[in-house]
Design a binder for this molecule. Sequence first.
Ligand code: NAD
Length: 552
Amino acid sequence: MSAYTPIRAPRGNVRTAQGWIQEAAKRMLMNNLDSEVAEKPEELIVYGGRGKAARNWEAYHTLVQTLDRLKNHETMLVQSGKAVAVLETHPLAPRVLIANSNLVPHWANWDEFDKLDRAGLMMYGQMTAGSWIYIGTQGILQGTYETFLGAAQKYFNGSLKGTITVTAGLGGMGGAQPLAVKLAGGVSICIEVDESRIQRRIATRYLDEVASSLEDAIARATVARKEGRAVSIGLLGNAAAILPQIVRSGFVPDVVTDQTSAHDPLYGYWPIAKEDEDLTAQRSREPERYLERVRADIALHVQAILELQRRGAICFDYGNNLRAQAKIAGVNDAFDYPGFVPAFIRDSFCEGRGPFRWVALSGDPADIAATDAALLKLFPDDARLNQWLPWAGEHVAYQGLPARICWLGYRERDKAGLLFNQMVRDGRLKAPIVIGRDHLDAGSVASPYRETEAMLDGSDAVSDWALLNFATGIASGAGWMSFHHGGGVGMGYSQHAGLVAVADGSEEADQRLRLCLTNDPAMGVIRHADAGYEKAHRIAAERGLDRPGVQS
Ligand code: NAD
């Protein structure tokens, strides 16, 4: 059962599993590995370097079969992508509990993980890959847009019009960058070393055009900037070579960032290759020398970013731990530019606001259009939502099951969830809706170089919050919950929880959705109130969040 055969999740309102949560988990696992969705489905890799949905093919088939037989008072346990038990629980318990890539802190590094991975004992779950709620590049599109818009608001009077952003990495998540910059009004040059990734972004309308050289890219970008035209330009090449070339050329972009998979230096960041060189052969032959080479190139890359910052570019780290890898390579001032969360996103987190998403199990895009329209009515005063949803409806190409991302906060997500459940119940939607979020959320993650960088009270590395979030979801009726280590920034640098719920139109779903979609974002508000953020205190007070012991 090891050969790869293309996977496509079933569509429609007829299920083979015993309940809709099990059916949803099965379809979402399959959807994560749909070739439209996953970056390398034949290797079970969904996105983010080697973020996988199941440990191996045998484990994948066992997961699918077990989900089909799992009863409505049972819970399946998944350990690093492998089903290990079906236990009797109770009807309102999660149907699936997942733990991926977790290591005891002293051993929490890539060497230990790789050893266990090679021995077939673990897999890297990234964030939404191993928790079966990845929805393709759209999943990060709105967050990426929020980030670039944050930069626009802070530095460019609210729009990126007339600016040029330089970034790298057009993978599963990074591929959202060109479209997000465009939506914020700007021009982007996106460097990518793998031509097939460039072609994939062109095919899915995330990227507009491809330049033939750096000079060509700068020329095209400069003309577009002058004309105030928003356009995205791909450039084939290695960021470690091209960024220093940009410095030498004297061209200073307005914004510089990066989304290569630098969190996983061995597998996620390609060093500069000599002509006809087989990098994968060197990697497996001499991994340590190969890693030295990667880190030396990351150092060149980050030194160039720092130089562009000195020359006036707005630079930020885009959550891939590039700075930490550069620091290991001896770039002592690598952290002189900020991460994107403290720079642009923390304010949203104080409202419990983050990457909420949902998926139509019918497979019918009309269901997503109906949910979009319903949300616009539900939140008529939310300016960001009112800009985002119509735009997304028009421009976003679906990958796999039709889905939508839309950032919502505390006391908003529960309203949306209950509305969707009502729409399933009264037949306005053709089949149940899966509702979830990224682990990159307001109260679900501890990641000192990303989501919890530079917390007001210095509590960046406290991961009690992520564990409380995992437990809270279980206590509040989530359909499935997951707890992972190393997502986003790599082994040793993060711990985080994921939540998924299902609106199948039932009264039980009302109960589950009301609790879990209230309590999950509440964790974001509490976490930030406890750290001393005034806005979080205000939101908690306004929206009635009981928080004994957390003083303003
Ligand atoms: P991916 O592995 O699918 O894509 C990475 C891309 O970078 C690949 O296309 C690869 O060819 C390219 N690349 C690697 N080395 C390069 C180099 N030296 N020069 C040019 N291109 C190079 O990963 P992804 O899902 O796109 O995620 C990218 C990174 O962003 C990861 O580290 C991930 O953890 C992080 N991430 C950040 C956020 C966020 O919100 N900031 C969200 C998700 C993921």
